[in-house]
Design a protein around this ligand. Sequence first.
Ligand code: DGT
Length: 138
Amino acid sequence: MSSSSRKKRPTWIPVVAGVISKEGKVLLGQRPEGSSLPGVWEFPGGKIEANESPEMALKRELEEELGIDAQVGPLLLSTTHQYGDVGIIILFFKVDYWKGEPRTHHHNGLRWVTKKEFQEIQLPDANQKVLPRLLESF
Ligand code: DGT
């Protein structure tokens, strides 16, 4: 393969995200300035690091970002999305149980969102095609 054709192929990054739900609402965090997609509301989570299982990565991210000790539940669904020369493979896990109160250690803000409120919230494009299935899951 020539280097020019190799350049067009995206690097695929594995990402985990938690669907943290309570009483019909789900917790979203607003991505900070200086990150990719600033201001967009995301399911808390992040990139899987070397030598981590997806579940370990999500537990670590939720501790770092929200300060909670989460019990990572079942894998709900996964999807792929390509942004320019980066592709993400994102795994969404259900999180129903945790210790501690979620706080903003990383996000601009946190918000418990009802299904209805999702209509007016800006989510990453990567979440759009699986949104109906995510909404059914809590
Ligand atoms: P950056 O700014 O490229 O260094 O990325 P980080 O470290 O701020 O981003 P991180 O670790 O949260 O990686 C997650 C990637 O997945 C990021 O490119 C945004 C993308 N993404 C798409 N949908 C979601 C979502 O619902 N939750 C999270 N956490 N990330 C999402």
